[in-house]
Design a protein around this ligand. Structure first.
Ligand code: APR
Length: 246
């Protein structure tokens, strides 16, 4: 089933969506680079790098304990639920790639979902490599459920580490007809480069964000506003598009 979008007579079957912290902001989870954001209160070098963890593991484990506790109090918002509805009702291929480490997309219902920067509610064992669901503290050095070593760290991709499932993401970008970036500043690679990859393969590109991001100039179209307003409106538009051919 094909549809026409953004006035272009382009058949759209496969959609790839990238989200960032802006999609969870209205759920009460702070962003990183907005005024008052996380990186104004904590140095990235201290809490989001392997070197910082090696230097002061207590500081880093305490920081992520705080973040893990905060996201369990948050609820998915209208933007999360709209993206879950789009996945459920879209007739073509759909992939949601998120930079976020909260679990709100999953709780809203998305299943074609890649957490490229890891997940707060997982712990990674540095000894055996096992990932375990984790909701409690790591600061008291609990034992790995698989190997028993006290070597658990947050399953979050730190600066200087390789994001997860990049091959799958690149493959999806090479086959997508529409790439949509939602709630991200376009400050961090490789995610910030995905719009150019999608364009290279001929996709239409759309940015939905509170304000123009660092990569706005690469998008065919941009819409600015609160995610809980512009994302549901866009999803309704997508699901109402005329079908071009079966
Ligand atoms: N609705 C829509 N967009 C919003 C909203 C909102 N309510 N609130 C903020 N935004 C936008 C901001 O304008 C900004 O462009 O969300 C973006 C958030 O940008 P960042 O704080 O830089 O977060 P993000 O782009 O997700 O950061 C990428 O950097 O620190 C690393 O690993 C971390 O995954 C993160 C990555």
């Amino acid at each position: 089933m094909f549809r026409c979008f953004m006035g272009a007579m382009k058949e759209i079957r496969n959609i790839v969506i990238l989200t960032g912290a802006g999609v969870s902001a209205e759920s009460g989870i702070g962003t990183f680079r907005d005024k008052g954001g996380l990186w104004e209160k904590h140095r990235v070098e201290d809490v989001a790098t392997p070197e910082g963890f090696a230097r002061d593991p207590d500081l880093v484990l305490g920081f992520y304990d705080m973040r893990r506790e905060a996201i369990q109090k948050a609820e998915p918002n209208a933007a999360h639920f709209a993206l879950a509805k789009l996945e459920a009702e879209w007739p073509g291929a759909f992939l949601l790639v998120t930079q976020n480490v909260d679990d709100l997309h999953g709780r809203a219902g998305n299943r074609q979902l890649i957490h490229m920067h890891g997940e707060h509610l997982n712990a990674l064992c540095s000894a055996c490599g096992t990932r375990s669901p984790w909701r409690g503290t790591l600061a008291d050095r609990p034992a790995c459920p698989a190997c028993g070593a006290s070597a658990l760290r947050p399953d979050v991709v730190w600066f200087g580490e390789m994001p997860y499932r990049m091959d799958e993401i690149e493959l999806a970008l090479s086959a997508c007809d529409l790439f949509v970036s939602i709630g991200t500043s376009g400050a961090v690679y490789p995610a910030a480069g995905y719009v150019r990859t999608a364009r290279h393969y001929g996709a239409l590109t759309l940015e939905l964000n509170l304000e123009p991001s660092a990569g706005s100039l690469y998008f065919d179209d941009s819409r600015h506003g609160l995610a809980t307003e512009i994302v549901p409106a866009w999803v309704e538009e997508m699901l109402a598009l005329p079908q071009m051919s079966a």
